[in-house]
Design a protein around this ligand. Structure first.
Ligand code: UD1
Ligand code: UDP
Length: 379
């Protein structure tokens, strides 16, 4: 059996790493295709190193661009590779443009598509990610679904129950596998070492990169107004390149960077990031993966969005949606800091994303489908 894995951005590398490990461990043939959507060392190469996965067999080097350009170039590049490599199944993960490109190309070549993290829905069609994940689900053969809630989304859309496989989320595998390794190694990033994170109190880890926040001056200004008043916290902000660019263009970067309690640093490697978040009192984010990681490592999360495709984290009690609303950000952050009972309830929220055996379940299911001829979608 040959499995092709398509990935292109930071979260895909992190969440595919446990599956790549599992494929290699079982001696299954692997073709690893990087679309090149993320290309800075801090957004790509460093994760291959930290997660100890092999360098891609192919890099399509699409770089940055409009959605149409990026997706089109990816499709052309992926098609060439798949025609040559003839894998039995193509795995894509999540909701990025690589997911759309990989799923469209593979399905038209009559190659089975396995969607890792299938079935998530924000029900917000203004998000490119919602379009990508829905289109991918339409073309997929196997659905690796993190939770029952996501399975229900697919059943409600009429997908057949028989190809829905509840696996948990591979983010838990990655977290469990690397947190101890990270703690033993200590911080590698110089800015973090200089900040003496180990002895720092009241850490708030901040990440944001969603277009609907960082490309919108009004929303990002409202978030920054809240950050200014959160001066009882040490805010560590590994800034996504998209966010750096937009803050600079709005003239807001220096204003934020000049605040004594805000430390803007470059994006950091996975082992450093896991240590930072696990030492934090609070995570403030609009990241998808970070909402899942927060509940996995028992750190309260406030999500800078008005909806989420990860509602399980909210119903479990580990995550609160605060949007870009200054009052909601401040009230909830201050409550987490000052109300121990409230913070403990958030910390103790049950993790809905499984036990860290998601990659194993995913590759078990693929092997089973292969052995029973179910990956042959022309049959
Ligand atoms: C992409 C994904 C998003 C995911 C995020 C993870 C899509 C539609 N979006 O968003 O779902 O949550 O990755 O981080 O697939 N840039 C650099 N260096 C890089 C990469 C990007 O400077 O290595 C800058 C470029 O100016 C680029 C901008 O960041 O235009 C945005 O990058 P892009 O990959 O288009 O989208 P993300 O916001 O990263
Ligand atoms: N992450 C990291 N270093 C950073 C910021 C984030 O390693 O400086 C990791 C984080 O642990 C999570 C993933 O990147 O697993 C989330 O990626 P991102 O927020 O870019 O994308 P999303 O999950 O929103 O698609």
């Amino acid at each position: 059996m040959k499995i092709a894995v398509v990935l292109g951005t930071r979260p895909e590398i992190i969440k595919m790493a446990p599956i790549i490990d599992e494929i290699i461990k079982r001696g299954i043939d692997l073709t690893l295709i990087h679309t090149g959507q993320h290309y800075d060392k801090e957004m790509s190469d460093n994760f291959f190193k930290d997660l100890e996965i092999p360098a891609p067999d192919y890099n399509i080097h699409v770089g940055s661009g409009s959605h149409g350009k990026q997706t089109g170039l990816m499709m052309e590049g992926i098609e060439e590779v798949l025609v040559d490599e003839k894998p039995d199944i193509v795995l894509v993960q999540g909701d990025t443009n690589a997911v759309l490109a990989g799923a469209l190309v593979a399905s038209k070549l009559h190659i089975a598509v396995g969607h890792v993290e299938a079935g998530l829905r924000s029900f917000d069609m203004t998000m490119p990610e919602e379009i990508n994940r829905r289109a991918c689900d339409v073309t997929s053969t196997m659905y690796f679904i993190p939770t029952e809630e996501s399975a229900i989304n697919l059943l409600a859309e009429g997908f057949s129950r028989k190809n829905l496989i509840i696996t948990g989320n591979t983010v838990v595998d990655a977290c469990f596998r690397h947190l101890e390794i990270a703690r033993k190694r200590g911080f590698e990033d110089e800015s973090l070492a200089e900040l003496d994170i180990d002895n720092m109190k009241n850490i708030l880890t901040l990440t944001m990169h969603r277009a609907e926040n960082v490309d919108d001056k009004e929303r990002v200004t409202s978030i920054i107004e809240a950050l200014k008043e959160l001066d009882q916290m040490n805010i560590i902000f590994p800034i996504h390149p998209r966010t750096k660019k937009t803050l600079e263009s709005f003239g807001l970067f220096d204003e934020l960077n000049n605040l004594n309690h805000v430390h803007i640093i470059k994006p950091i490697g996975y082992l450093d990031f896991l240590q930072l978040t696990s030492k934090s009192s609070l995570i403030l984010t609009d990241s998808g993966g970070l909402q899942e990681e927060a509940i996995t490592i028992n750190v309260p999360a406030l999500t800078l969005r008005y909806n989420t495709e990860r509602p399980e984290t909210v119903t479990a009690g580990g995550n609160i949606l605060v949007g870009s609303d200054k009052k909601a950000i401040l009230e909830n952050a201050e409550k987490i800091l000052n109300d121990k009972e409230f913070a403990d309830r958030m910390r103790n929220a049950e993790n809905p994303y499984g036990q860290g055996d998601s990659a194993q379940k995913t590759v078990d299911a693929i092997q089973d489908y292969y052995d029973n001829g179910l990956l042959d979608i022309k049959a």
